[in-house]
Write a protein of this length. Structure first.
Length: 251
């Protein structure tokens, strides 16, 4: 679970910070063709943080959202945004009946489970989805990219595409698409996280510090370029994140 102060950082950054804006575009570029449900869809967000993304889905798609988070701080922020259905809950023990949801989003949350315990989370997500229900999963990729920010927010593990896909198949999901993302900035990330940060020897800290507007736009432009590429159905072979779209097998 993230430290409570990071929720304030999230709340101040999600609307404008390059990573959040760009990764939302990338996520919808990959998942969009599969998100065909109408306003009758019941959608879970497993690990909702401040509830910002759930609120976006509710406004833009008209779905009935059920956000859950393990942090009381996150739930307070979510309810302040009008998400009165937000619940304090462990996503490895969801307080919902089986076959409750048409789709579930789990974005950058699975990495907070200790290695090996991700199976319990995936089993719960599988349980609460209807047959044919969609899972939109995003995780941090490649252990070599672990950073001061990773340590600060309590990240427990990172994934390769092969390991993530295997975990989903073992949990009863059929994979529709799996791709790396945030790839163009990978060389900069390697330099920063493997050379610069070890050299500076500073303690773990949040990476959500405001950037000058021009730099923020430049970094966002890299992610937008990737979103256009991914929207054409093309995958990326390596990157800082993984996005996987899967469905609960119907038989």
């Amino acid at each position: 679970m993230m430290p409570p102060p990071e929720y304030a950082n999230l709340a101040s950054a999600e609307n404008t910070f390059w990573w959040f804006c760009g990764m939302r575009q990338i996520t919808f570029a990959v998942a969009g063709p599969h998100l065909t449900g109408g306003s009758n869809w019941r959608v879970l967000e497993a690990g909702c943080g401040t509830g910002y993304f759930a609120r976006c889905l509710e406004r833009e798609r008209g779905w009935r959202l059920f956000p859950v988070d393990l942090s009381p701080a996150g739930i307070r922020y979510a309810r302040a945004q009008g998400l009165q259905s937000a619940l304090l809950a462990d996503i490895a023990k969801l307080p919902f009946a089986s076959l409750s949801f048409d789709a579930a989003f789990c974005l950058d949350v699975l990495v907070h489970a200790p290695r090996g315990q991700e199976a319990a989370v995936l089993a719960e997500l599988h349980r609460v989805l209807v047959p044919g229900g969609l899972l939109i999963l995003r995780v941090a990729a490649l252990r070599i990219l672990r950073s001061r920010h990773s340590q600060f927010v309590g990240e427990q593990q990172r994934f390769t595409r092969r390991r993530l896909a295997l975990a989903l198949k073992q949990s009863g999901f059929r994979i529709l698409r799996c791709t790396y993302a945030n790839s163009l900035l990978l060389p900069i990330a390697l330099f920063k996280f493997r050379l610069w940060e070890p050299l500076m020897r500073r303690p773990p800290a949040s990476g959500l510090t405001p950037l000058p507007g021009r730099l923020n736009r430049l970094l966002l432009g890299c992610l937008r370029a990737e979103a256009r590429w991914l929207a054409r159905g093309r995958n990326l072979p390596l990157g800082q994140s993984l996005i996987l779209i899967a469905e609960k097998a119907t038989s």
